[in-house]
Design a protein around this ligand. Structure first.
Ligand code: ADP
Ligand code: TRP
Length: 349
């Protein structure tokens, strides 16, 4: 394919950026700020490989229509926000069977203790403890427990150098580096995996974005503002962001406000500074901030909504992009898996 040759030629020696989002709900503003926006910015200076982590979603999604719909929604979101399939390899994890073979191999060099310490697993046990359930592993499936190994493989099989993610994923990247290190220690004389690094958004934007209730915006908390919510729903959601009851005329502390943190990520620096001054001076209510926030988000996303809706239709261009991306992803995965198989003795007879 012509564009493939062009990409290979242009990309010689470039580092590889890779990231994925799991389709456990509609992609939201936190996904955009924490992962999609930085990843798209990196696509011009890195070789970029982005994917939909659909098998990761299976640890929690039990409804097939939801899994299919959210997978499409994550795909359509990336493309509507500007992912260029000529520049970026874009695919569904489930289309790359090599990932699942390598997951078994790397599970066999990963200490169980490392998985015991993973945040998501520990959080699930803590929830059981709080609910007074005696068996702390109740309701926890092996997929959730092994999740970090599968994620390590997503990264290692593509030889990624850097992984743009929100701060909540940094531990997973440390685990991926650990898993690669264990493999290399045992088998690196024949084949070594590349050790990846997390890249989180710098400064204030590196903070995890809050959701409607002030906790981390997350599909698992049901407190998100979906990126492509229709305008009326977007307005309603923004109005429902939790705020304190400081009266309009009193001075306010902008940094305590979830709406203000969102505003900082969507408005221009000048508008942000102006809003900060007005809130601190008193006389500006949270309602006014939320109206400005709605306008800032809506202005940014309205031109892209139509493209998103087009891509959401089954059989749209998204399907071709993902089919093409799957082939390219498998072409990259095969030699890594072959090296691993040789190194462990499966293909070394
Ligand atoms: P969720 O928590 O909603 O299920 P994912 O775990 O699928 O989101 O996250 C996909 C990407 O978006 C990850 O890189 C993650 O760090 C980033 N991300 C998710 N929520 C936020 C947030 N509230 N603020 C910043 N980044 C986020
Ligand atoms: N665990 C990530 C999340 O919940 C999603 C993910 C799966 C991922 N595989 C990945 C992110 C590989 C980066 C690289 O957000």
């Amino acid at each position: 394919m012509a564009h493939e040759d062009a990409r290979d030629g242009a990309r010689q020696g470039q580092k590889v950026s890779l990231t994925g989002i799991k389709p456990t709900g509609e992609p939201h503003l936190g996904n955009y700020i924490g992962a999609i926006r930085p990843a798209l910015e990196m696509a011009s200076s890195y070789e970029s490989i982005y994917f939909i982590a659909d098998y990761h979603a299976l640890t929690s999604v039990r409804d097939r229509a939801s899994l299919a719909g959210w997978t499409r929604s994550v795909g359509a979101t990336w493309v509507a926000l500007g992912l260029d399939p000529k520049q970026t390899i874009f695919y569904r994890q489930s289309d790359v069977p090599e990932i699942f073979e390598l997951t078994w191999v790397l599970s066999c060099v990963t200490g169980k203790g490392l998985m015991n310490r993973a945040h998501a697993y520990k959080a699930a046990r803590d929830r059981n403890a709080e609910a007074g359930i005696a068996d702390l592993d109740a309701g926890i499936n092996m997929g959730l427990f092994n999740y970090p190994v599968l994620m390590a493989v997503d990264i290692l099989i593509m030889n990624a150098d850097v992984v743009p993610v929100g701060q909540d994923q940094v531990q997973h990247l440390e685990i991926a580096a650990d898993v690669a290190g264990s493999f290399n220690h045992l088998f690196g004389d024949v084949y070594a995996l590349k050790i990846p690094e997390a890249v989180t958004p710098p400064g204030d934007t590196g903070r995890v974005l809050p959701g409607l209730d002030g906790r981390k915006m997350s599909k698992s908390y049901g407190n998100t503002i979906p990126l492509f919510a229709p305008e009326a729903r977007l307005r309603k959601l923004v109005r429902s962001i939790k705020s304190d009851s400081t009266p309009v005329e009193e001075p306010k502390a902008p940094d305590t406000s979830a709406a203000f943190q969102l505003y900082e990520n969507f408005a221009t620096p000048g508008d942000v500074a102006d809003m900060r001054r007005r809130l601190e001076a008193g006389g500006t209510g949270w309602g006014e901030l939320k109206n400005a926030l709605f306008e800032a988000i809506n202005t940014r996303l309205t031109p892209l909504r139509e493209r998103y809706e087009e891509l959401m239709v089954p059989g749209s261009e998204l399907d071709t992009i993902l089919a093409d991306g799957a082939e390219q992803a498998r072409d990259r995965a095969r030699p890594v898996l072959a090296g691993v198989r040789r190194a462990i003795g499966i293909d070394a007879l």
